[in-house]
Write a protein that binds this ligand. Structure first.
Ligand code: SME
Length: 360
């Protein structure tokens, strides 16, 4: 089994451990045991943020230092920077705190809630360069789940009654899409003072209206949420209204801002601003809507649209600045400024689109 496969089988187990005990430290204890056992690392555990120090929490492995100052060592650096730190060689990391001479590489992942880092997950390996983007991805997912601690009964309902509805939708809106939006919106939600169960449910339900109609599916999703009496077990009328509104607002366009932070979280989690995809779609739109234009005409239209919508001061609005979409939008803006590079991409995509079936 490669690392990715191990994480894939471990993730549902990790999620199922979270929340049932209704105690954060108990969840940390079981998570460190599961991760340590399954992944075979040297040291796996949590430090909790208490005042201006990290204090040793539940862990597996040899004894470790009990307090780490803000900004100190790898753990304190991850806390200070507010992001995951991967250290391929601990000896090359200035200020690394050596709890054990056996440790050669390390990853530290913050556990954030309401915009504050409450703890870090620290993992040490006896191998050099043991950790990479795959570890970051899955460990960040696990830390988000730990921070959000979704009600296990609600999760069981969503997994058995809501998510299977996506199986009959088109390829872009199957269950994996709902799961991606759930994961992404929960991750974004850790920056805000919001109720994670609401974010989870709105994300899980945001596209269920596709069972009736594509064009108005957001409105149908909202209606189905309001009509779902099961949800009343976990939410009051006000909360259900927030969930329904968030689902209804998930297709927010620049002229229609989501009404609440819940809607903004779902709308941002539901889109991916991928620079090359944006450019290709712009060309595709031009080809199908302005068939009379020649190549130069399409180039001019593409430029105009990209500038109007995506350049600095353009009408596109990011709902959640901490989203990975912010960095992607920056990349797209660099591309828009570099007209020579943009023209090269335009030529490639324009050619590819014209080589395909005619646009009607
Ligand atoms: N190496 C960590 C200290 C904790 S131990 O590895 C368990 C650091 O530099 O923060």
């Amino acid at each position: 089994m490669d690392k990715e496969q191990k994480y894939r089988s471990l993730l549902p187990q990790a999620v199922s451990l979270i929340g049932a005990s209704k105690d954060l430290v108990a969840d940390m204890a079981n998570l460190s045991a599961l991760l340590h056992q399954e992944m075979g690392w040297w040291w796996t555990g949590f430090y909790r943020a208490v005042g201006n120090e990290l204090v040793l929490g539940p862990f597996q492995g040899p004894v470790a230092c009990t307090r780490i100052g803000f900004g100190k060592g790898v753990c304190g650096s991850a806390w200070e920077r507010g992001e995951t730190v991967i250290v391929p060689d601990v000896e090359a990391f200035p200020g690394h705190i050596a709890c054990s001479t056996e440790s050669r590489s390390e990853i530290v992942v913050p556990v954030r809630l309401c915009g504050e880092i409450r703890a870090v997950l620290d993992i040490d390996s006896r191998e050099l360069a043991c950790f990479d983007g795959t570890d970051r991805l899955y460990l960040e997912r696990i830390c988000t789940e730990l921070a959000c601690r979704i009600n296990p009964e609600l999760r069981a309902y969503v997994e058995s009654e809501i998510l299977p509805r996506y199986d009959s939708f088109d390829k872009g809106h199957r269950r994996d899409h709902a799961e991606t939006v759930i994961a992404q919106s929960l991750q974004l939600s850790t920056w805000y003072d919001v109720q994670p169960d609401l974010v989870y449910t709105a994300a899980a339900c945001h596209d269920i209206g596709l069972c009736e109609d594509r064009a108005t599916h957001h409105i149908v999703s909202a209606r189905l949420i309001r009509e779902d009496t099961n949800l009343q077990k976990w939410f009051n009328a006000k909360q259900i209204a927030l969930i329904a509104d968030a689902a209804e607002d998930h297709r927010a366009s620049s002229g229609h801002e989501p009404r609440t932070i819940y809607g903004k979280l779902i709308a941002e989690a539901d889109r991916q601003i991928l620079p090359e995809t944006v450019i290709r779609r712009t060309i595709q739109y031009g080809l199908s809507h302005y068939p009379g234009l020649d190549r130069e005409g399409h180039w001019a239209r593409t430029l105009e649209h990209l500038h109007e919508k995506y350049a600095e001061g353009g009408y596109l609005r990011l709902w959640i600045p901490q989203s990975p979409n912010a960095a992607r939008l920056e990349e797209l803006r660099r591309l828009i400024r570099d007209e020579a590079r943009l023209r090269t991409l335009f030529e490639t995509f324009y050619q590819e689109e014209n080589d395909q079936e005619p646009h009607i």
